[in-house]
Design a protein around this ligand. Structure first.
Ligand SMILES: O=P(O)(O)OC[C@H]1O[C@H](O[C@H]2O[C@H](CO)[C@@H](O)[C@H](O)[C@H]2O)[C@H](O)[C@@H](O)[C@@H]1O
Length: 277
């Protein structure tokens, strides 16, 4: 399989560094929109064919493979089906934007405490949605955070805009942070994001190189954290899918693919290149 189109010199250097020294590399990916296509019902998201096998093949030679997601870690492990998947015995899932960590080697989750503001926001949310005339919006209660989805409403974009101000106010009142995503606005604890998660992963593994794949606004923090580490010598590949149409992320990427199937193609090309070195 041929090398994908790498649009930047930094990305090319990152690719070559991973291939030359896979034992120093971390391969990390978001779930929704990257390993799984976006679907109407979040409970029905599943990885595309070949995604887990592509990660498992890389896991044979790299330092660490990780999934970094806004989903709770155990929800992500269930939806991805990674538990017991051949070759993924050392996988790490950083859930809730890094608030939680699941290790395949132990099957255990470690977690930070949930701030009280989440319970307050949970109790106020139904009234807020009713006042906005959007009681039908789907609230995904993730225990440590609350995601308000508009994908299944008649005017998803208009509904999202109507909710932005009241949810921003609710976030401020409950000392939470409002995270925008693809037809979703999420109230989540402050002090965590995928940038913090990536920094922790890079530092704890002493990674020399990293590939990170994302699709949505929440992945920008990961891209920025990796960019900062690049200044200190880290080699990296930033891979984006067009699933969420997040222009800023797509423009910052070294490799852009249309969808999760494209991600599988890139990951497979990377392990082919490692095997051929
Ligand atoms: O950063 P992520 O791990 O990608 O989390 C972002 C949100 O992902 C999920 O929502 C997105 O995927 C859903 C299933 O395909 C889709 O219905 C929704 O419109 C997308 O925004 C997840 O359900 C949310 O909790 C995350 O905030």
């Amino acid at each position: 399989m041929s090398t994908p189109v790498i649009q930047t010199d930094a990305g090319q250097e990152g690719w070559e560094a991973i291939v030359a020294d896979p034992a120093g590399a971390v391969i990390s990916s978001d779930f929704d929109g990257v390993l799984s296509p976006l679907v109407e019902d979040p409970a029905r998201a599943r990885p595309v064919d070949g995604a887990l096998d592509a990660l498992a093949r890389l896991a044979r030679s790299v330092k660490q493979v990780a999934i970094v997601t806004g989903r709770p870690a155990l929800v992500a492990t269930e939806l991805t089906g990674v538990t017991g998947h051949a070759g993924l015995g050392s996988l790490v899932v950083l859930g809730h934007y890094g608030l939680e960590r699941w290790d395949a080697s132990t099957g255990r989750v470690t977690s930070e405490p949930v701030p009280e503001g989440v319970a307050v926001a949970r109790s106020r949310l139904p009234g807020l949605l009713q006042e906005a005339g959007l009681s039908e919006a789907f609230v995904e209660d993730k225990e440590s955070s609350l995601a308000v989805h508009t994908r299944r409403l008649p005017d998803p974009v208009g509904a999202l805009e109507r909710l932005r101000t009241p949810l921003t106010e609710l976030a401020a009142a409950t000392e939470l942070r409002l995270e925008p995503g693809n037809l979703v606005l999420e109230l989540r604890p402050p002090g965590i994001d995928k940038g913090v998660a990536l920094r922790g992963l890079i530092e704890s593994t002493a990674a020399q190189s990293v590939l990170y794949a994302g699709d949505d606004l929440g992945d920008l923090a990961a891209f920025r954290a990796i960019d900062e580490h690049r200044k200190a010598g880290l080699r990296a590949v930033l891979l984006a899918t067009r699933s969420s149409g997040a222009t800023e992320l797509i423009e910052a990427a070294d490799i852009v693919v249309d969808d999760p199937t494209g991600v599988v193609t890139v990951l497979t090309a990377l392990s082919d290149a490692i095997a051929a070195r």
